[in-house]
Write a protein that binds this ligand. Sequence first.
Ligand SMILES: Cc1cc2nc3c(=O)[nH]c(=O)nc-3n(C[C@H](O)[C@H](O)[C@H](O)COP(=O)(O)OP(=O)(O)OC[C@H]3O[C@@H](n4cnc5c(N)ncnc54)[C@H](O)[C@@H]3O)c2cc1C
Length: 387
Amino acid sequence: MPLIARDALDLSADQRDFIALAQDFALNEIRPRAREVDDAQTESPLDLWTKAAKIGLASFMIPAEYGGGGLTDMVTQLLVQEQLCYGDIGIGNFVTSSGFFADPILELGTEEQKDRWLRPLTTDAPPVTALATTEPDYGSDAAGIQTRAVRDGDHYVLSGQKTWISNAPYAQRFVIFATVDPALRSRGVTAFVVERDTPGLTVGKPMRKMGQRGIVNAELFLDDVRVPVADRLGEEGQGFFGLMRTFDASRILIGASCAGLSRAALDYATDYAKNRRQFGKPIIEHQAVAFRLADMAVRTDTAHLTAVRAAQLFDRGERVTTEAAMAKLVGSENAMANTWGAVQTLGGWGYSQEFLVEKWMRDAKLEEIEEGTSDIQRLIISRALAS
Ligand SMILES: Cc1cc2nc3c(=O)[nH]c(=O)nc-3n(C[C@H](O)[C@H](O)[C@H](O)COP(=O)(O)OP(=O)(O)OC[C@H]3O[C@@H](n4cnc5c(N)ncnc54)[C@H](O)[C@@H]3O)c2cc1C
């Protein structure tokens, strides 16, 4: 994979060096483990987590004042994410998963809270963390969550259930969204940082799933979990704003992950098509195959460029909810189409577990679902058109 495919971005030497480090880790550490982690079903590669942490890949996005790498701009995050997910999207997303926990803290937290919870993420052995908002009856309708936060002196008492929480089986610390009054909907949503060993918090069994098994999911059960008021992020009712700001960033990064996966599928299928011969010539010389690869190249670059545009606006401090929704929508649908195209290009071998393309097709599907389905991204984009 070229470092950045003929990109017009003007990158500094530091950015290029770090992206090259991510590329090296993706090719030499992540890709060789992709099949084994998929086969394991419900085990994250914790050894890769530690290795990534030691070379700064797990915390480069944390501001330097809290001990992180300080490469906080969204363009760098996007380019690194793309490289890691070229190796394997599930493992790549696991390696950078601290960012999803850190974002609401950066958005809503006090200086003391940022120092308390971000600094540990930058050590050589960082805690695995998670963000929990989805509930069994409230997924797309995130403003409707029912997990209650009831004030009791200098504590809140949290009760409810969360589902599909990425990293939950390993997480030592969670950002949990609850409501101080369900009738207030989004204006009642409030965010808390909760330690795993807090009495009343239990984590369910790892959930078996279609793809992206490098990240393991589970339910959370909250039964009168007492959380100090000092561990609330922002004011009561500010949680939904923090969550939406987190999604503005994370949806751009999903676009980037998908651009990396799309390029992996393109490269794999192109190499195969140059070497596989049918009817006396390489199959890339059959126009149907060549045109499919051309479409895959266009989809890869479209995913990349849509995410870059959103990242550049984000870095200028602009509100990017619509552009981030576009980056996620285009990226995920293009990754689905490209991984399908790779399976098709390999013919019968595309369907075999000897090759990774069947796994990539399963991996891609998640990105059309998590952090807002494609329907929800279309809803966001269409609302912007209607406003
Ligand atoms: C592998 C995985 C990892 C995840 N990780 C996390 C995590 O770390 N933390 C977390 O909090 N959550 C996580 N989630 C949850 C994820 O964000 C939700 O699954 C997602 O938002 C969809 O919610 P739902 O599953 O309840 O589907 P539903 O909301 O029930 O949607 C079902 C269908 O109805 C459609 N639909 C719903 N409302 C509308 C509407 N208004 N207009 C049009 N169509 C609509 C949807 O598009 C979808 O097709 C994860 C999910 C998965 C599968």
